[in-house]
Design a protein around this ligand. Structure first.
Ligand code: HDE
Length: 716
């Protein structure tokens, strides 16, 4: 291949070789920009000390404010311009710092330096987000979650900008504006916020069969994770890994949550909109502050180039997964999120991800959705962050040195020295110079791919199967998950005003996934679903695999109670010794116990001790917790039984399939609240010892799944 015929004598190899990142590199880099006002005088942006920050300058104490007041003007001017455009999608998010560490040298797959040394920690910044709602919308809406990771590597930033679902709604980026316009709040009244339950969304997706697979994922409980630590992440597209010899392999990236996958229940998610709209971000923040870090393993599914066409789907089609049974996920490293940002705007809001930010060893496939994304992200930052210098914003800067001949524009911070802002040059010694590709520390070289094609505005026939993997997903769900999906479609369509859109979904889309699914949703809308699949055999496609365990949430339940939040209900007269025992035993299992009382006033325990509650019943409602323990104590139970909130706490916990434990007299509260006891997950006993093993076993599955069919009978 002909090389660039430049004359730069310095292009002989890497020059910034004495540089290497470690876990604290990004934090050290940000330190330069951190500002702490403690012990400092109040000054203007020009550095002048301010003597009065309460009164503007006036002509007489009751007179008009004077234009001369530059202190007032600076303050108001800055305030008036505080807001920047929010992200067009993924506007609401929360982020954390951490590190990535490979398990062992994985350079047989990719020469990217961050995969090489198991002792090396590469700093990361991860932003989780919802897609549809604006910056101030609710956390627990039914939506996809963004899972975007910026790795600050020795060789530059690599952004893995993924979601918590492995497929997407459309196949070609040219449809993205249509999709986003359809899912966003409707243009005439900006309703509904954070919801896909409206006409334009269902109109679009029912006219675009390629959306069917992804819509099914969003109708599953994956659409409202219990905690960011409890969701998977996916790069979605097929990418390429390039090894040291320059050999390319296709790859799908996965994040596997160490804490297992757990979701909310739809009714619980909805109630959280009001009870704690910041639920997910608050949990992440609090856990990190408490040292309960979030952990994920990075997995790769590797497909050799010669196997590209061996599947019954096209690996370039972003509406398809590669089932884990066909290509297992190899876990190559671990990411730990262990530090909260110092400033939401400076870091979480200004961070700019881009799937085009790659490092040598990682490259793109021809997935047409990915190809479009490679353009879109820089483009959107120009408006959102005010021009092309957004890479200079501290959170976006690589930690390795970076020099080039890009110059000027809005808000330029770098003071570039020298006269030659071009290359090659003989004035500034030929610097900065190119680096030839190499096995390691080389310059980026695009994978050498032969393309021999007609220019064509079209789509490959291999992208034509829109249903078979949706059917695979449906077949792989447990009965409980299927019931939740049916309820989700019924709910969403109940918000659609135009009957023909509902009919189209029930008669033309759902039966192609599964006839029973269509029949059940149809039943709830008084619409008869067809007895046969309406799509042709060609349109239905074919998946040799009909079941994949990895697609069910039940396959990855935590199996332990670490990090679970347990409410311990208390009131005056509660058994003090038992409270100590409950706390010790829960903490021993890594769970978090919260004492919850009718009010924040200290509770007088049975031994006269005053115990401070962590929260009150309506301040930390059951929807924010994973399980409830009713502690013993006659007077305490009397008080809780007389309280509507006390009884409701248990009823709601029961409805949301939570484990409920009553110790001693506590059983009386269950009876007053009309909670059936005993049954699986409703456990009573004379002492904590009697119930603890049972409690841990059921809570290890997160919820009492066997209760699902009865839960709706609870009116809470
Ligand atoms: Fe994005 N997407 N996207 N997207 N996306 C944005 O970039 C876009 C897609 C994803 O926390 C925007 O900076 C196009 C798939 C995440 O800051 C924008 C297409 C996946 C985030 C954009 C897609 C994603 C974004 C909006 C179809 C999963 C939030 C603001 C071709 C693999 C990142 C911004 C953060 C954000 C464009 C599809 C993930 C407009 C054109 C597929 C996690 O540039």
């Amino acid at each position: 291949m002909a090389k660039n015929p430049h004359t730069n004598p310095n292009s002989d190899g890497p020059h910034d070789t004495d540089f290497t990142t470690d876990e604290s590199s990004k934090s050290d880099n940000l330190e330069h920009y951190r500002s702490d006002a403690e012990g400092h005088d109040l000054r203007t942006n020009q550095g002048m000390r301010i003597s009065d920050n309460h009164n503007s300058l006036k002509a007489g104490e009751r007179g008009p404010t004077l234009l001369e007041d530059f202190v007032f003007r600076e303050k108001l001017n800055h305030f008036d311009n505080e807001r920047i455009p929010e992200r067009i999608v993924h506007a609401r998010g929360a982020a954390a710092h951490g590190y990535f560490q490979p398990y062992e040298n994985a350079t047989q797959y990719s020469k990217a330096g961050l995969f090489k040394d198991p002792d090396k920690k590469t700093p990361v910044f991860v932003r989780f987000s919802t897609v549809q709602g604006s910056r101030g919308s609710n956390d627990t809406v039914r939506d996809v979650r963004g899972f975007a990771t910026k790795f600050y590597t020795d060789e530059g930033n690599w952004d893995l900008v993924g979601n918590n679902m492995p497929v997407f709604f459309i196949q070609d980026a040219i449809k993205f504006p249509d999709f986003v316009h359809a899912v966003k709040p409707e243009p005439h009244n900006e309703i509904p916020m954070g919801q896909s339950a409206h006409d334009t969304f269902w109109d679009f997706v029912s006219l675009m069969p390629e959306a069917t697979h992804m819509v099914l994922w969003t109708m599953s409980d994956r659409a409202f994770p219990r905690h960011y630590r409890n969701m998977e992440g996916f790069g979605v597209h097929t990418f390429r890994l390039i090894d040291r010899q320059g050999k390319s392999r296709f790859v799908k990236f996965h994040w596997k949550p160490v804490a297992g996958i757990c979701s909310l229940i739809w009714d619980e998610a909805q109630k959280l909109w009001g009870r704690d709209p910041d639920f997910n971000r608050r949990m992440m923040w609090d856990d990190i502050e408490n040292g309960d870090f979030l952990e994920y393993e990075l997995g790769i599914q590797v497909v050799e180039e010669e196997d590209e066409h061996r599947f019954d789907f096209d690996i370039l089609d972003p509406t398809k997964i590669i089932p884990e049974e066909q290509v297992p996920v190899t876990l190559i490293g671990k990411m730990v999120l262990n530090r909260n940002p110092d400033n939401f705007f400076a870091e979480t809001e200004q961070v700019a991800f881009n799937p085009a930010h790659v490092v040598p060893g990682i490259d793109f496939s021809n997935d047409p959705l990915l190809q479009g994304r490679l353009f879109s992200y820089t483009d959107t930052q120009m408006l959102r962050l005010g021009g092309p210098n957004f890479h200079e914003i501290p959170i976006n800067q690589p930690v390795c040195p970076f020099h080039n001949n890009q110059r000027d524009s809005m808000h330029r911070q770098t003071i570039n020295k020298g006269q030659a802002s071009y290359e090659p040059n003989s004035i500034d010694g030929g610097w900065p110079s190119e680096t030839p590709p190499a096995e390691e520390s080389g310059g980026f070289e695009t994978h050498y791919e032969r393309i021999d094609a007609h220019k064509v505005r079209g789509r490959s026939d291999s992208f034509g199967d829109h249903y078979s993997q949706a059917t695979l997903f449906w077949n792989s769900q447990s009965d409980v998950e299927k019931e939740h999906i049916i309820a989700a479609y019924a709910f969403e369509l109940s918000k659609v005003q135009r009957p023909w859109i509902c009919e189209r979904v029930i008669k033309e889309i759902l039966p192609n996934i599964d006839l029973e699914l269509a029949r059940r949703v149809g039943e709830m809308h008084g619409i008869e679903a067809p007895a046969q699949k309406p799509a042709s055999a060609d349109e239905l496609g074919h998946s040799a695999q009909t079941y994949s365990e990895a697609l069910s949430l039940m396959a990855r339940l935590p199996g332990h109670i670490a990090m679970r939040k347990v409410a311990v209900l208390v009131a005056d007269g509660v058994d003090a010794a038992q409270l100590d025992e409950i706390k010790t035993r829960l903490e021993g299992e890594g769970a978090q116990a919260m004492l919850i009382a009718p009010s924040m006033a200290p509770v007088k325990a049975n031994d006269g001790r005053m115990v401070s509650p962590d929260a009150m019943l309506n301040g930390q409602p059951s929807v924010t917790m994973d399980a409830v323990i009713v502690a013993d104590g006659q007077q305490s139970i009397d008080t809780l039984a007389q309280s509507g909130q006390g009884r409701y706490y248990l009823q709601e916990a029961y409805k949301h399939l939570k484990v409920i434990v009553a110790i001693g007299e506590g059983k009386r509260l269950l009876e007053t609240a009309e909670i059936p006891v005993p049954e699986e997950g409703v456990i009573s006993g004379a002492t904590l010892q009697d119930v603890f093993a049972d409690f841990c076993e059921v809570l290890g599955k997160h919820r009492v799944w066997t209760r699902d069919s009865k839960a709706n009978m609870m009116s809470a």
